[in-house]
Design a protein around this ligand. Structure first.
Ligand SMILES: Cc1ncc(COP(=O)(O)O)c(C=O)c1O
Length: 380
């Protein structure tokens, strides 16, 4: 008997088929008007995205990384400044800090929700202040895997410490906390529309959200080389953070099915929870929130079990991924910028975490297959 075909970890082809007619129509409009950068689709996308998450301003940006960098540039963050961020995240969160000459200060995460730990944040801020070398300037809180960080606690700390809050919402556009979608919780919110995200373009794309009129104007300027009211008036050092109209057209098309897709992701997560909750550690829900379920990650008891389960799943045609195999403070690019303090939760998670396929085109038979495979791998 031949083994069944592997389940796709992500199925962008199937999604494309669902939106094909609308997608084609929007792409043809761009091809007809030829305003390939910051064209009318970009403006329409900005209104659509802002309305969906309840933010006052949306500025479409070339990528999530560029969106983060623009926010830091807007605050004038650079040499001598400390920017606090979780050690258990994608490299881009820390990279932008170093690119601007500031110092990333790594914070541990909560062992249950995997989100940045407000108690450890307070410790790290106190340590930076006590050392007296760096000025605490900003916090980049990451909404990891689709769930929101604890923005109520984080904002309270930031207000008390007078530091700027940036929500790295690269993985979690569409999620909500205490009845409000992400996009309004921090002083500025940066989103990525990398193709594999819950809302993904067909190339690099991102967005910034803010409630502040002056910052919105500043971000518009920074994304276009620091321009003023006319294109050849240069007010400040900016960058090229502009978005392509074709990517905006793709995202507008995907927005027509996005709410429905979020509901399907939630349905899959609940099915996994119900079938796997007794045998592995399933993702703990952040209280009073909804998730965009970019990633559904389980925890195995130890690294050897994780590796064995991953191999068994691969053999059963179920692909998995490890986000993240190494916390950032252990990465060669960052370890020299770290104080050497242990961040035990991030270090532990890196050895035991395993992400299962979750996407809106995962059909019922595939969901059953994923769970059957995990149950057999764990008991095997
Ligand atoms: C947490 C986090 N921050 C930032 C980024 C960067 O986004 P982009 O790839 O759009 O530059 C990503 C993308 O994977 C991410 O996961």
């Amino acid at each position: 008997m031949t083994a069944p075909a592997p389940i796709p970890f992500l199925d962008l082809k199937a999604q494309q088929t669902r939106i094909a007619a609308d997608l084609r129509r929007r792409i043809d409009v761009v091809l007809a008007h030829c305003q390939f950068i910051l064209g009318p689709e970009v403006t329409e996308l900005e209104s659509t995205l802002a309305e969906f998450c309840g933010a006052k301003h949306c500025i479409a940006i070339s990528s999530g990384t560029d969106a983060l960098q623009i926010v830091l540039m807007g605050e004038g963050i650079g040499r001598g400044d400390a920017v606090f961020l979780p050690a258990f995240t994608y490299t881009a969160t820390a990279e932008v800090v170093l690119v601007l000459g500031a110092t990333p200060v790594f914070v541990d995460v909560d062992p249950h929700t995997f989100q940045i730990d407000p108690i450890d944040l307070e410790r790290r801020i106190a340590a930076v202040k006590a050392a007296g070398k760096l000025k605490p300037r900003a916090l980049i809180g990451v909404d990891l895997f689709g769930q929101p960080a604890d923005w109520v606690s984080l904002s309270a700390i930031a207000t008390r410490e007078e530091i700027f809050t940036i929500d790295d919402c690269a993985q979690s556009y569409g999620a909500s906390l205490h009845g409000k979608r992400l996009g309004v919780q921090a002083d500025a919110t940066a989103v990525s529309f990398y193709p594999s995200k819950s809302l993904g373009a067909y190339g690099d794309a991102g967005a910034l959200f803010t409630q502040d009129d002056a910052r919105a104007e500043l971000y518009h300027s920074l994304r276009a080389h620091g321009e003023g009211t006319s294109r050849y008036e240069v007010l400040r050092t900016g960058m090229n953070g502009r978005l392509d109209s074709l990517q905006a057209a793709v995202l507008l098309s995907k927005m027509t099915v996005f709410a429905e897709e979020l509901a399907i992701r939630e349905e899959i997560a609940r099915y996994y929870d119900a079938r796997l909750g007794n045998v592995v550690t399933i993702p703990a829900r952040v209280p009073d929130s909804t998730s965009a379920w970019a990633i559904y990650a389980i925890l195995l008891p130890d690294a050897a079990t994780r590796d064995r389960v991953q191999t068994s799943l691969r053999e059963q045609g179920v692909p998995t991924a490890i986000y993240y195999p190494k916390p950032l403070h252990h990465q060669p690019a960052y370890r020299d910028h770290h104080t050497g303090t242990a961040l035990p939760v991030s270090e532990d998670l890196a050895g035991r975490i395993l992400a299962l396929p979750i996407h809106p085109d995962l059909d019922a038979a595939s969901r059953v297959r994923v769970c059957d495979a995990v149950l057999s791998a764990v008991s095997g």
